[in-house]
Structure formats: structure tokens, C-alpha cells
Design a protein around this ligand. Structure first.
Ligand SMILES: NC(=O)c1ccc[n+]([C@@H]2O[C@H](COP(=O)([O-])OP(=O)(O)OC[C@H]3O[C@@H](n4cnc5c(N)ncnc54)[C@H](OP(=O)(O)O)[C@@H]3O)[C@@H](O)[C@H]2O)c1
Length: 280
């Protein structure tokens, strides 16, 4: 495949997920959907996670289920990632555990509104969660990984990262930040033993997506990705950053819009499609 990493394949194959990304993972946005799927998959590989989300009850249920299925003990912490002190609270929950994998999963847009039609706090909270905390946590955990010469940063992204869209102006901007951030970090850490990947998703069957569709009176589309398939692809492609578009080979294009004319046409086409879903 085009763009495969320079590191020797034998080295990757010889290391298990637990050796490469253990002993602990931290998953920001773990209570359901893709975050929970990452936690289950990692536990099956013997890697326990610090599970972060706002709601304690689903986190505890997930940890109980993982313990019952695998014997692996996870830790839970109810933290709102839109709060300015979220990183401090994550660090407190992690304690002295050694973190070999950070997954930035939380990040969906639950507004589906024009920028000027929602309160500004809806947007600044999204920037805090998707940009500030993701950056701070990558710095914090990435520093220790670089020192140890191993680890992974897995940043869950969206096709929205490839250009602005109506109804999602702030969301698309935060995801574009994540795309460029991941590319830069990958280049800086690729020879330090730390894998960086931004996993670009299309429509995925998560509770959050179903809730948004229900609020807009839309049916769940058929044939969309499952959370489990997405998590499997994320872990499998983590050594092959900086980007993986879920469901596409790495040498497939299709997202590039270079000229201002092309980008104008693209944003208008998405505007028309978004109106059909969100109204207005
Ligand atoms: N589903 C899709 O169709 C789709 C498509 C493209 C990209 N993606 C990407 O995939 C990732 C997961 O999306 P998702 O659909 O599962 O929705 P999501 O809203 O990102 O929810 C994922 C997890 O994040 C937690 N979370 C959300 N906001 C949080 C906050 N402020 N503080 C702490 N935890 C928070 C949620 O739990 P709590 O509610 O308990 O906090 C949940 O466990 C996102 O990065 C999204 O951009 C999804």
C-alpha cells in the first residue's frame, strides 16, 4: 500500500498490542459507541483502560462487562471534557499508571445547527473538548511515550475534517485541526517509537448518532459502519499513520478539493445535503 511506514514490518509483528500500547490505555469518550468498542478490544488484548466520559453509570456498566468477559480491571472517571480543568481531572484519575495509548474519541457535534442559531457556549465547549483537551492530553501522554520510546496516540476524526460545512462550521474546523495536528505529530514521533493516527470515520452506528437522527426525525441509514469494525480498523492501522479513512485503502483519494472554485462547489453541495437532514 502507498504510504506504508518506514519502520520494519517484522518489528511490528513481533510486538503484541499489550507490549506496544500497554500497560494502560486512556480513552476520552468511552461510555458508548466507538470508545466503548476500543475499550473492549483493548481488554481482549490484555490492556486495561482508564474510561472517561460524563456519565458514570454507563462507564461503570462497561467496566463491569469488561471484567466479566476478560478479567481485565478498568478504571472509570466521570469528567466533562468541555471543562477547562478536564486534563487535571484525567491526570488525577490516571494516577501513577503508565499510559501507552491515548484515544481521543469524544468529539461529535450534537447541535446540527447554524453557527449563529446556537448559543456561543455550544461552540466554545466543542473547541475546548475537540481541540484544547485533545492537544493537552496528547502533549501530556505523548511526552512520557516519547521518553519511553513506545506508545500510540489515536485521534478519532470525521470526513468533516476535509472541509467546512454548513450546520457544522465549528465541528468541521475542530476536525480539520485534528487532521493537521496528527500529520505534524506523526512526522515528529515516527522515529521515536510513538505511533500517531487520525482515524477518519464516515457515518457510524453509535448512540450519539442515533440520538441526533431521532431528534431530526431521520431514519438510521442502512449499511453504516459498526463501532466494533471502526475500533478494529483503528488499532490495526495505528502503526500506519498519519491518516486512515475508514473503509478505504490508503492509496485511494477522493477527498481532495484544491482550488477555491472546487471548494466552493463542495461546500454548496454539502449545504444542500445538510438541509435535507437538518432542515432550514
Ligand atoms: N457516529 C458517527 O456517525 C461519526 C461520524 C464521523 C465521525 N465520528 C466521530 O467518532 C467519535 C465518536 O462519535 P460518537 O458518535 O460516538 O459521539 P460522541 O458524542 O463523540 O460520543 C462518544 C463518547 O464521548 C463521550 N462524550 C461526549 N461529549 C463528552 C464530554 N463533553 N465530556 C466527556 N465525554 C464526552 C460520550 O459519553 P457521555 O455522553 O457519557 O459523556 C461517549 O462515550 C467522535 O470523535 C466523532 O466526531 C462519528
Amino acid at each position: 500500500m502507498v504510504g506504508e511506514p518506514a519502520k520494519p514490518a517484522g518489528e511490528e509483528r513481533s510486538m503484541s498490542i499489550a507490549q506496544k500500547y500497554g500497560p494502560w490505555a486512556v480513552i476520552a469518550g468511552a461510555s458508548e459507541g466507538t470508545g466503548a468498542a476500543f475499550a473492549r478490544l483493548l481488554a481482549a488484548e490484555g490492556v486495561p483502560s482508564v474510561l472517561i466520559a460524563r456519565r458514570e453509570a454507563p462507564l461503570a456498566a462497561l467496566a463491569d462487562g469488561i471484567r466479566a468477559d476478560t478479567g481485565v480491571e478498568c478504571v472509570t472517571a466521570a469528567v466533562d471534557l468541555t471543562a477547562p480543568d478536564a486534563l487535571d481531572r484525567i491526570i488525577a484519575a490516571v494516577g501513577d499508571r503508565e499510559v501507552g495509548l491515548f484515544v481521543a474519541n469524544a468529539g461529535a457535534d450534537d447541535n446540527g445547527a447554524y453557527f449563529l442559531d446556537a448559543g456561543i457556549a455550544a461552540w466554545t465547549g466543542q473547541i475546548q473538548r475537540n481541540v484544547m483537551i485533545m492537544t493537552q492530553a496528547s502533549y501530556h501522554f505523548g511526552s512520557a511515550m516519547r521518553e519511553r520510546g513506545k506508545g500510540g496516540l489515536l485521534l478519532v476524526n470525521s470526513g468533516a475534517c476535509y472541509g467546512g460545512s454548513s450546520h457544522m462550521a465549528v465541528y468541521t474546523a475542530t476536525k480539520a485541526f485534528m487532521l493537521c495536528f496528527a500529520e505534524g505529530l506523526w512526522a515528529e514521533l515516527r522515529d521515536k517509537g510513538v505511533d500517531v493516527l487520525t482515524l477518519v470515520l464516515g457515518r457510524t452506528d453509535t448512540a450519539a448518532f442515533r440520538k441526533l437522527l431521532a431528534e431530526k426525525g431521520q431514519p438510521v441509514p442502512e449499511g453504516i459502519a459498526t463501532a466494533e469494525a471502526v475500533a478494529e480498523a483503528g488499532l490495526a492501522r495505528l502503526p500506519h499513520g498519519p491518516i486512515h479513512n475508514f473503509g478505504s485503502p490508503d492509496d485511494a483519494g477522493g477527498f481532495g478539493y484544491a482550488s477555491p472554485d472546487d471548494r466552493r462547489q463542495r461546500v454548496l453541495a454539502i449545504e444542500a445535503a445538510s438541509r435535507a437532514v437538518f432542515g432550514k
